[in-house]
Design a protein around this ligand. Structure first.
Ligand SMILES: Cc1ncc(COP(=O)(O)O)c(C=O)c1O
Length: 440
């Protein structure tokens, strides 16, 4: 079978080297560690760099291109719309109306309406405003290692120090609790008790010690993305939702990363039959177009009147034409089903690689989101050094695989290809990953 990977130069290639030098003469060098590759074009699961090398992509950008890079239907919808109308601000246009209709057709039945924005952080800010405004209260329960964006309010809700360090005090009213982590369960919160008694006793004591009686809501990711692809034990999210509702709090599920088929269900909420009051969406909803959204119950939206929700570029014609095209592609190509099927296949292959590798401490996943946690020692679970992680990223790139890392310790490899990936591409890319891991 013909290989998809095609390497023509060493990495970085000559054109890449030249462009990278240029880049930071003009734009600040403040991005994270990535493979030494300057992207030129991409199609489906393959990325080609400026030197003509073709890679299999396990990043999907950063979990964005769920329908595959530059899907022809998505590109066509954006190009056609760009030639007709580029901006509108609050004035309606057919693309926005059609996209809202399509999104609400797909949304969980208890949801009332949606609203289009541009980024995930903007969706987080909006969800928090919705919960505060409707409840008339100001405290939000959030989680250690959570990530919801880098604007002031969304970073304050997050539980990683990186986005907050050096900027002074964060937004008050955030109460933060531990997110149960089955691989690093120092507190014994994942002890198998289906009622999570130990965890909710702890949470009650966190609230008793920190709340001044103004609890508006909870914001939580279905699995923690930037925190290290941490999947809570089965049933915990439902128990959390029930706990919040019993306390009269609203419940926001941040599906910016987990939504749109990534976990093997269209909405991650479906995995445990959750009924959130707000779902935030971003990344895959545009699969490359700058669009995000909130979906909420009528109850929550009822707190907003005319002129109280807007965003200069939110819901613009090109973005919403893209959002509608993406929804159609999902249905036409059964991408959610492919995510569940290919994700399970990939998980099995990664677990087999783990067996033969002394540096892989854990492999976990759901659908086409898999995490490979790299450790210095399997017994102590000490996180691998940045040096080792960079070696993996660079080693994979040299052999034609694009991969990135995340996590509180930066030691979790992100395995998140577009949802269109095939068995053949999984086999080819896993062979590269295994070779690199064995070479360490
Ligand atoms: C769960 C989650 N929420 C929110 C965001 C913020 O999205 P954006 O970078 O589009 O503002 C991210 C981004 O990684 C995310 O993973």
């Amino acid at each position: 079978m013909k290989k998809a990977i095609c390497m023509k130069t060493a990495i970085p290639g000559p054109k890449t080297k030249k462009l990278q030098k240029e880049w930071h003469k003009y734009e600040v060098n403040a991005c994270g560690y990535q493979a030494n590759v300057v992207w030129a074009d991409a199609k489906d699961c393959l990325v080609t760099d400026v030197d003509g090398n073709t890679f299999i992509d396990w990043t999907s950008g950063v979990l964005v291109t769920n329908v595959g890079h530059c899907h022809p239907k998505l590109v066509k919808a954006m190009q056609e719309t760009a030639g007709k109308l580029l901006n509108n601000y609050e004035c309606p246009h057919p693309w926005r109306i059609e996209a809202a209709k399509a999104l609400m057709k797909k949304a969980p039945k208890h949801m009332g309406k949606c609203f289009f924005l541009s980024t995930g952080a903007e969706a987080t800010e909006t969800a928090i405003r919705m919960m505060k405004r409707k409840s008339g209260k100001f405290e939000i329960l959030c989680f250690e290692c959570g990530f919801h964006g880098k604007t002031s309010g969304s970073a304050s809700a997050g539980g990683l120090t990186g986005p907050k360090k050096g900027f002074g005090p964060t937004v008050p009213g955030v109460i933060r609790a531990i997110f149960p982590n089955p691989y690093r369960d120092e507190m014994g919160f994942c002890d198998g008790d289906p009622k999570f008694t130990k965890y909710f006793n702890y949470l009650d004591s966190v609230i008793a010690a920190n709340s001044v009686g103004s609890l508006a809501g909870v914001i939580v990711e279905p699995y923690q993305g930037a925190g290290g692809f941490i999947f809570p034990p089965k049933g915990w999210l439902k128990a959390l939702e029930n706990w919040a509702h019993a306390k009269g709090m609203y419940f926001t599920l941040d599906e910016v990363q987990a939504g749109y088929g990534r976990t093997g269900k269209f909405f991650a909420a479906e995995n445990e039959g959750l009924k959130p009051d707000v779902i935030t969406l971003g990344k895959g909803i545009g699969s490359g177009a700058s669009v995000s959204a909130v979906i909420g119950t009528d109850e929550l939206f009822s707190a907003f009147g005319p002129g109280e929700m807007s965003s200069t570029l939110g819901g613009n014609p090109v973005a919403t034409a893209a959002a509608k095209a993406v929804l159609e592609i999902f249905d036409e190509e059964n991408l959610t089903e492919n995510s569940a099927k290919m994700g399970a296949y990939m998980n099995k292959k990664l677990k087999a690689i783990m067996k033969g590798c002394k540096y892989i401490g854990d492999v976990r996943g759901m659908g086409l989101i898999n995490a490979v946690e790299i450790v210095a020692d399997k017994k102590t679970k000490a996180p691998a050094s940045a040096d080792m992680i960079h070696k993996i990223i660079d080693g994979c790139a040299e052999k034609g695989l694009l991969i990135g890392s995340v996590g509180k310790f930066g030691n979790v490899m992100r395995v998140a290809p577009p949802l269109t990936i095939t068995k053949a591409l999984i086999d080819e890319s896993c062979a590269v990953f295994e070779e690199v891991m064995k070479s360490l």
